[in-house]
Write a protein that binds this ligand. Structure first.
Ligand code: NDP
Length: 307
């Protein structure tokens, strides 16, 4: 029987692990299918407080993990495939093996949706990014591409014009899902060039391990051409990792956990932390803060229950 199981080993999960471990609760942390979360697929992190020279994303999460382990957190490779939250203790199936826990912190994140190109996969963190706030500042004076037609794409394109000399917005059709206000704002920005009805066929250059161009295709005319760019931002949505909890936790239509105040979910003893609930801020530091909140809730809950 565990006191607390933490799902996810990104900033939220690791911070929850540091706090609950330090409180003597011996948390079990499940690393999930993307160990280290979104930070593990980025390079320099320049906006996490405490690192004036910046720090590499993978190193930052690795440090957090070491810190949690120092206080007795146990990390285990595995994902939750099924869960029974109908009564306490909660039961979770870790890749088929059922375990019991008094409390649960769901910090399983939201995975960026990608286009699915092999070159995209190989160049993530080397010119391909899913987060303009994180990586935009590396493209001062450079040309970049943003893919997507929703609010995220508009927001990212606008944000990137602070740094980039030119932002090309690529969307697979000519109907934009973005809200009128976000679309109008982006349309009014002279640094944004528009390429509707366009798809990305290839991102170059895997051999050089950096982005220096893309092959694009206009789906109406059939025209194919190559365009030089240094940064490639994918903003086609996120998928929250809440599948095992459908029908048990309150989720919004896109699958994000609906908060019931603080770090609480609709189920007493189950708490949320990080991007799995937060579709607005999605930052390492906000996820870390949310992990801390969830840990404090767990401590208080277990204490009140006499554990
Ligand atoms: P959306 O689901 O709204 O938009 C995704 C976009 O990506 C669509 O234009 C879609 O195209 C495109 N897309 C999806 N899959 C692919 C693919 N495989 N290849 C190419 N294009 C693809 O996601 P967002 O992240 O933009 O927004 C999610 C939610 O968050 C929305 O409710 C939004 O309003 C909200 N949000 C609000 C913000 C704000 O108000 N400041 C900022 C950011 C997000 P298609 O239309 O053809 O399917």
């Amino acid at each position: 029987m565990h006191n607390v199981v933490i799902l996810g080993s990104g900033c939220a999960g690791n911070t929850a692990a540091i706090y609950t471990a330090r409180a003597g609760l011996k948390p079990l942390v499940l690393e999930g299918h993307e160990p280290g979360g979104q930070l593990s697929i980025t390079t320099d992190v320049e906006n996490f407080p405490g690192f004036p020279e910046g720090i590499m994303g993978p190193e930052l999460v690795q440090n957090m993990k070491k810190q949690a382990e120092r206080f007795g957190a146990e990390y285990r490779w595995g994902t939750v495939v099924e869960a029974d939250l109908s009564k306490r203790p909660f039961r979770i199936s870790i890749d088929g093996e059922w375990q019991e826990t008094r409390t649960l912190i769901v910090a399983s994140g939201a995975s960026a949706r990608w286009l699915g190109l092999e070159s995209e996969k190989k160049l993530v963190g080397h010119g391909v990014s899913s987060c303009a706030t994180c990586d935009g500042a590396f493209y001062r004076g450079e040309k970049v591409i943003v893919v997507g037609g929703g609010d995220s794409a508009m927001e990212e394109a606008n944000f990137l014009t602070r740094f980039a000399s030119e932002v090309t917005l690529i969307h697979r059709n000519e109907h934009f899902r973005a809200s009128k206000i976000m679309l109008d704002r982006a349309k009014a920005n002279p640094k944004i060039k528009w390429l509707p009805n366009t798809v990305v066929q290839e991102i170059h250059d895997v051999e050089a391990n950096t982005v220096n161009g893309v092959t694009l295709k206009n789906v109406v005319s059939g025209e194919v051409w190559r365009q030089e760019v240094s940064g490639f931002f994918v903003a086609i949505g996120h998928i929250p990792n809440t599948k095992p909890f459908v029908g048990q936790l309150d989720l919004d239509p896109d699958g994000y956990i609906i908060s019931h105040g603080g770090a609480r979910t609709n189920i007493t003893g189950v708490f949320h932390a990080g991007d799995v609930q937060d579709r607005t801020y999605r930052q390492a530091i906000t996820a870390a803060g949310a992990g801390c909140m969830a840990a404090i809730e767990v401590e208080r809950f277990l204490e009140a229950e006499g554990h």
